[in-house]
Design a protein around this ligand. Structure first.
Ligand code: NOJ
Length: 517
């Protein structure tokens, strides 16, 4: 495992919405460079940047036209290289978004693949050999592109209809046009993706967040063929780029970490119960106090047991695909969310703007295939100047409109206000960085996680320290029994600390505490 993951705290940057440096209404690499000190000041030491390659942007860049070229709206390859350098100068790391499962319909590979004449790209995508035959019911195929090729056949899609699926084979090929994952045709695609990875690693990126990582091999119900594929890619990285990190959008660490990913996300889809935490009708972290942590904690423990501490299970504050925390939870509630995120194992991921409680914007027109996700992708709110400091363009030219609330939170206000959410996040990250027992790899023991009950209590430990984390997001004082009667130094507290009374611990309403034992 790359050493830098041990205490990595990631910040996710959506490049189009972070900082515009040239007044065209859309963010860019120079804008990100200009804001690196901000990210560092917050305490994050790693960045995941969403796709930034040339694209027609039918899915915000997850539809790549050219894997080897930065999207001109963000800058050139040279600018991107400069961004890597500036990141490294600050002792930080940056991972790019790798989209291996599909390209844009407008990719040269796909154009070649659509030709009737056989060529190098004929099998780069998944094609049936007859326009009337498509892929209904095949796992990991979302639909098909039909009727725009000279070649006779349907091409599988991976997500939107603009995203033809690359050919990594079928787990159990049973039609003549289906290839095995280790066939020369499927292996050629795999090699092409390794080449892309190598190209960017050589230019200085530190690894990849891998889009839809479980989707490459088709008809792979139990995930085993995709696991094998990623083990091979990990072996390639270990040999040539051992400091490069890969994190999967998979959402099932029991599979992905076996596949060689250093990290996997818990996500708003899949079996992890992530949604029980901060979202849905009764989030556990709401003061309303009607949440349930049990299913999440059980599932988490199951993942820890099955992965035996290999690899990191990463919990994001939110991301560009799900509603933000802000809107559902208020500032005080979000502080407790961050107390949780910064005291759990794995590498925490902070979605840009969550550190100031930016709100999900309902009802926006879809931008670049965002649909209801558009409301989570609005421009970063830096200050109270024009366009909240995001861009000098006329407001109507912004990529996505800003939160119209004149009291919208801004980074500048919060940095200068004692007790703000930003300050709390900064404090929590500093505490994490100062205590290895709270970092990525130190073991976790869940001590109290009961059906429909508060608090949630766990222990983090390493050879030097044992730190008890007690979280009571509910708006009422609660009690619980723990195996100790006294506690040591309080290293963090928000809204009071637990007190021992009549054989049980009383935990103040809406509080979080980290205490040495
Ligand atoms: C997951 C990405 O996070 C999402 O934004 C994208 O639309 C799909 N994968 C398709 O690539």
């Amino acid at each position: 495992m790359p050493g830098w993951l041990k205490n990595a705290v990631f910040y996710e940057i959506y490049p189009q919405s972070f900082q515009d440096s040239n007044g065209d209404g859309i963010g860019d690499f120079q804008g990100i460079i200009d804001r690196l000190d901000y990210v560092k000041e917050l305490g994050c030491n790693a960045i995941w940047m969403n796709p930034c390659f040339d694209s027609p942007f039918t899915d915000a860049g997850y539809d790549i036209r050219d894997y080897y070229k930065a999207a001109p709206r963000y800058g050139t390859n040279e600018d991107l290289k400069r961004l890597f350098r500036e990141v490294h100068k600050r002792d930080m790391h940056l991972i790019l978004d790798l989209v291996p499962g599909h390209t844009s319909y407008d990719c040269q590979w796909f154009r070649e693949s659509m030709r009737a004449e056989k060529n190098e790209y004929t099998h780069r995508y998944i094609w049936s050999n007859n326009i009337w035959e498509n892929f209904d019911g095949v796992n990991n195929i979302s639909g098909s592109i039909r009727g725009i090729s000279d070649r006779n056949g349907s091409c599988a899609t991976n997500f939107f209809s603009t995203q033809p699926a690359l050919n990594y084979g079928f787990a159990h090929p049973d039609r003549e046009w289906q290839f095995a994952p280790d066939s020369p045709e499927a292996m050629a695609t795999r090699q092409a993706m390794k080449d892309v990875m190598e190209f960017w690693l050589q230019l200085g990126c530190d690894g990849f967040r891998v889009d839809m990582a479980a989707s490459l091999v088709k008809g792979d119900e139990d995930g085993s063929a995709n696991i094998a594929l990623w083990q091979d890619i990990r072996a390639f990285l270990d040999k040539k780029y051992p400091q490069a990190a890969i994190i999967s959008e998979w959402g099932q660490p029991d599979q992905s970490l076996k596949g060689g990913f250093h990290m996997d996300f818990l996500l708003h889809f899949g079996p992890s119960r992530y949604l029980d935490l901060f979202r849905g009708e009764h989030p556990y972290f709401s003061r309303e106090g009607k949440g349930n942590i049990k299913a999440f904690a059980d599932k988490y423990q199951e993942y820890v047991d099955s992965t035996k501490g290999e690899g990191l299970i990463c919990i994001p504050s939110s991301n560009h695909d799900m509603p933000r925390l802000g809107g559902q939870l208020d500032e005080a509630e979000i502080k407790l969310v961050f107390a949780f995120l910064m005291s759990m194992p794995g590498a925490p991921f902070v979605y840009y703007g969550d550190e100031i409680g930016m709100k999900y914007q309902k009802g926006l027109h879809s931008v670049e295939g965002g649909y209801d996700r558009t409301g989570s992708r609005t421009p970063m709110q830096w200050n109270r100047s024009l366009n909240a400091g995001f861009s000098s363009a006329a407001p109507g030219m912004l990529y996505i409109p800003l939160d119209p609330d004149e009291n919208r939170p801004t980074a500048k206000d919060q940095i200068s206000r004692e007790g703000s959410l930003w300050r709390e996040v900064q404090k929590l990250i500093r505490i994490r960085q100062a205590h290895p027992a709270l970092q990525s790899l130190a073991p976790l023991h869940i001590l109290y996680a009961k059906e429909n009950e508060y608090p949630f209590v766990y222990l983090r430990e390493d050879e030097k320290e044992r730190i008890l984390v007690v979280l009571n997001p509910s708006g009422r004082d609660v009690t619980c029994r723990l195996e100790f009667e006294s506690l040591g130094e309080v290293i963090y507290s928000n809204h009071g600390i637990p007190a021992y009374e009549n054989g049980e611990w009383k935990i103040p309403a809406a509080s979080a505490a980290f205490i040495k034992i």
